[in-house]
Design a protein around this ligand. Sequence first.
Ligand code: DC
Length: 228
Amino acid sequence: MSNGIVNGIVVAVDGPSGSGKSSTSRGVAARLGLRYLDTGAMFRAMTWAMLRDGVDIHDAAALAARAGAPRIESGTDPLGPTIAVDGTDVAEAIRTEEVTRAVSPVSAVPEVRARLLELQRRVIADATGTGPGIVVEGRDIGSVVAPDAPVKVYLTADPAARAARRAAEEGGSDLAATEQLLLSRDKIDSSRATAPLVRADGAVHIDTTPYTLDEVVDQVVALVRAVE
Ligand code: DC
């Protein structure tokens, strides 16, 4: 590669929920033969483990004390990503409303973030050391997890469009309630002290509202090809 990167590429995709991050990231990874990491699923898996163990999700000290306990494993095939906690497949369990409501306070705890940062960096090192690279999606990928990523994208979409996408993913849940929950999560995710959701330095902003998924994938693929 002409950008001086010897190993595989890292594509950092950040943005609020419902902005199209997951579908875009998986589409880009599949198109380019890259691995895919959903860091939101890791925060959800950590949250699922805390709820399983009866930890009070409003007790930051209790969350911090347990942050090292669960074994969280992410499978990085963009066509079939997996997520497991202590050997249990939690792909469905982490999408329940109970987990969705609890995930922002759990994600705000620095010890939780430090533990997952270590896991995320390990997955990225594996994918870039032995393969062509990885698309990583989350809130702080371009700013904290992989600040040297040669391609950084910041996706947004109108709140109504985001709520409609999320409600469809969740099998037709109530639109107004979904929008409310999205906005309250945005607020916590953007205002926390450690690694808040921000547009990273150098990130290309794409407002996905007027585009189809394929069109957004095309735009990100073009950014990746431009650095190759
Ligand atoms: O992408 P998602 O909605 O599944 O993410 C769930 C939560 O995880 C989100 O509300 C904030 C948190 N998160 C985070 O704090 N940092 C990341 N890199 C990814 C997700």
